[in-house]
Ligand binder design. Structure first.
Ligand code: FES
Ligand SMILES: [Fe+2]
Length: 420
């Protein structure tokens, strides 16, 4: 249980809040490169700020305030120029550093005037990498975008799922430090869902946990489990899988005979909303996939119908079940009335880690998972159970948003190549 103030400290992400200041020290995905195949501007809300991401005709990305500082028209209608974005209303142009590059009528009437030097728009850094566009809202110098293994790995194809989840980011992250929910939410409840759907193939049996363990490591927390019938020799204990600080779950799984590895990246939009990204890699030796061709898909969010009845068709997979758990804790879970037990020791460890890193930033130090040395950031290996580099993948466990993955569901041309 936390006090109301402790809960606010962990959940509020707006400018100037301790958690907002910590999370501004990281690069966050805000779009996929493939989304820019049919657009020049993209609406972004990140850490409580409304922004517009754009690509100008030189190919550079900019991330600027959502409204023109002249008379406030939305920059979503902006016209990309060779450099910068031109407001649709009166033609002022803004560069990716926020500077005003042109003010056509002002320059006509006052050719020697320097009015534009007095005008700027809010701006943040935006960079394309690994098929995603990342934004950085912290102080200079910005750290490097981490080259987590799944971002930098060769011999795989990828797809990227997205959902806007109507709840605070912390309850999604705490779910990733909570191994026990597997046997209930994803097995016992999943089995109940299959019964409701009269779907024999969806039936599950519950395998009780005998032991859970958590280890802090350089990049976060490794979580481990031993389930009934297993032992500490199993991959689930030996390898475990990591929560990558501050907001990524690294996972592996197997479906339709394909082993996949994924990152679930939880990006706070504001205190009450989280952009959830599923970034998945599938082994595909020898296949080329240009970053702008990485398929993008949406994951459904509603898990109840208009009458408040469970939507069984959305609840028949891990992501639907997790979304129901995350969102029904409330927009911001009231942790002053929670009741933690022994199953929650990973959550307690994670909250402490967040506190330590908020303190580190307040004291002028870089927080955990800040990379400034190119050698240390060349390829950051993370392991998890069911990694294809492991000899003995465990049995099928439907993971993440795999139900909606274009690659796994055959909605992508790449699937036929993978199925064999
Ligand atoms: S409102 Fe943007 S140029 Fe006038
Ligand atoms: Fe889950």
């Amino acid at each position: 249980m936390l006090t109301v103030e402790q809960n606010q400290r962990l959940t509020q992400v707006g400018p100037g809040t301790p958690m907002g200041v910590l999370l501004r020290r990281y690069w966050h995905p805000v779009a996929t490169l493939s989304q820019f195949n049919d657009r020049h501007t993209h609406k972004v809300r990140l850490l409580g700020e409304d922004l517009v991401l754009y690509r100008d005709r030189s190919g550079a990305f900019g991330l600027i305030g959502s409204q023109c500082p002249h008379r406030k028209m939305s920059m979503m209608y902006g016209i990309p120029e060779e450099r910068g974005l031109r407001c649709a209303y009166h033609g002022w142009v803004f560069g990716e550093d926020g500077s005003c590059l042109e003010q056509p009528y002002e320059e006509t009437e006052d050719p020697d005037g320097r009015f534009k030097d007095k005008v700027s728009i809010v701006s943040y850094k935006a960079e394309s990498a690994f098929g995603l566009i990342f934004a950085y809202m912290g102080p200079d110098p910005a750290p490097m975008i981490p080259r987590w293994d799944l971002f930098a790995m060769d011999g795989v194809v990828r797809d990227v799922g997205h959902a806007l989840i109507p709840c605070n980011w912390l309850q999604i992250m705490e779910n990733s430090l909570d191994p026990i929910h597997l046997e209930w939410l994803h097995q016992y409840f999943a089995d109940f869902v299959a019964q409701q759907k009269e779907n024999p193939e969806g039936r599950r049996s519950r395998t009780p946990h005998e032991k859970i363990g958590f280890d802090e490591f350089q990049y976060g927390i490794i979580k481990r489990r031993v389930v009934e019938g297993g032992s500490e020799d199993d991959e689930d204990w030996q390898s475990g899988h990591p929560m990558v600080f501050p907001n990524i779950l690294r996972q592996g799984g197997k479906r339709s005979g394909i082993t996949w590895l994924g990152l679930q990246i939880r990006v706070p939009v504001d205190d009450n909303t989280t952009a959830h990204w599923w970034y998945a890699c599938y082994p595909a030796e020898g296949q080329e996939q240009a970053p702008e061709n990485i398929p993008f898909f949406k994951v459904p969010v509603a898990t109840l119908d208009d009458e408040g009845q469970p939507l069984w068709d959305v609840l028949d997979n891990n992501s639907g079940q997790d979304i129901a758990a995350w969102t029904t804790q409330g927009a911001v879970a009231d942790r002053s009335t929670e009741t933690l037990g022994r199953s929650d020791k990973g959550i307690i460890m994670y909250r402490r880690m967040l506190e330590e890193n908020m303190d580190a930033v307040a004291e002028g130090r870089d927080p955990q998972c800040t990379f400034r040395d190119p050698d240390a950031n060349a390829y950051i290996e993370l392991v998890s159970e069911k990694d294809p580099r492991f000899a003995r993948p465990l049995g099928l466990r439907q993971g993440a948003a795999m139900k909606y993955s274009p690659i796994l569901t055959g909605r992508s041309v790449l699937t036929s190549d993978l199925d064999g």
